[in-house]
Design a protein around this ligand. Structure first.
Ligand code: GLN
Length: 253
């Protein structure tokens, strides 16, 4: 849907359907100033989700701000995988939750599952907690640096960690320059966070538990190799709608 129309609807406090149906109704002075300001920010490449302070993800509507990554459609693969694979009443850990997108979408799809979501950034956790409150979901949120202080016993560990290589030029261009670098920059080759998670998740899984990770379109082979070396079995990769390898997963047994 047209970005300008969304901005207009947002600034006029109306729905997008209303803005679409009433193109002749002029915004008042305050709304016009808002439209002008947001249009300028859009032109500089800032993600629309930050301008509107919200994003749709899977079946949930989330508040977002510059402390969290804008949820991407391809990340819904992780939600769908966990929705379909986690045993009834299972325990799930999501690492680096940001806005809470993955954990909250999963909570909506699988109310029987017990979810813990972590982030190293307090501001991100504030955003995730606020989203949980608005959606009426009681998850456990923890401030943690990957697995620090996290005990085991999870049926699934999920993460969309930072996986862009530090020297990838896209980090220096909009829209990524507007997003938290820490949520994007995966170090040399983009694999540092992925490796750290793979190396530490296994003992925290139940015997049949799974680790599922989002990764870059060209990182599938390396992630599968790390999973194999790390002792995971039944390793597989899912493709996103663009046909790219996007989520790889393996089980403890
Ligand atoms: N998919 C994001 C991008 O390339 C990266 C997300 C991440 O590093 N987890 O824009």
């Amino acid at each position: 849907m047209n970005e300008q129309l969304r901005i207009k609807a947002h600034c006029m406090g109306q729905s997008i359907a209303w803005a679409f149906a009433n193109p002749e109704i002029e915004p008042d002075a305050r709304s016009s100033a808002c439209i002008e300001a947001l249009t300028k920010r859009l032109a500089r490449g800032e993600p629309l989700a930050y301008l509107l302070e919200k994003a749709e993800f899977h079946e949930v509507s989330l508040k977002v701000n510059a402390s969290v990554l804008v949820p991407r459609p391809e990340t819904e693969l992780l939600v769908e995988l966990a929705r379909d694979e986690v045993v009834h009443g299972g325990r799930v850990l999501e690492l680096g939750t940001g806005s809470g997108a993955i954990a909250l979408a999963l909570a909506g799809a699988r109310p029987d599952v017990d979810i813990t979501a972590t982030d190293v950034c307090e501001k991100a956790l504030q955003c995730a907690r606020e989203n949980a409150r608005r959606l009426g979901q009681a998850l456990t949120f923890l401030c943690a640096d990957w697995f620090a202080g996290i005990e085991g016993g999870f049926d699934a560990i999920l993460s969309n960690p930072p996986y862009v290589a530090s020297d990838d030029a896209c980090l220096t261009r909009p829209p990524l320059t507007f997003e938290p670098r820490r949520a994007l920059d995966g170090g040399i080759g983009g694999l540092e966070a992925l490796r750290r998670i793979i190396e530490n998740a296994l003992p925290r899984l139940t015997s049949d538990g799974m680790l599922a990770l989002e990764h870059g379109f060209d990182q599938g082979a390396e992630v599968r190799e790390m999973l194999e070396k790390g002792g995971y079995v039944r390793i597989a990769t899912l493709h996103d709608l663009a046909g790219h390898e996007r989520v790889s997963w393996g089980r403890r047994a």
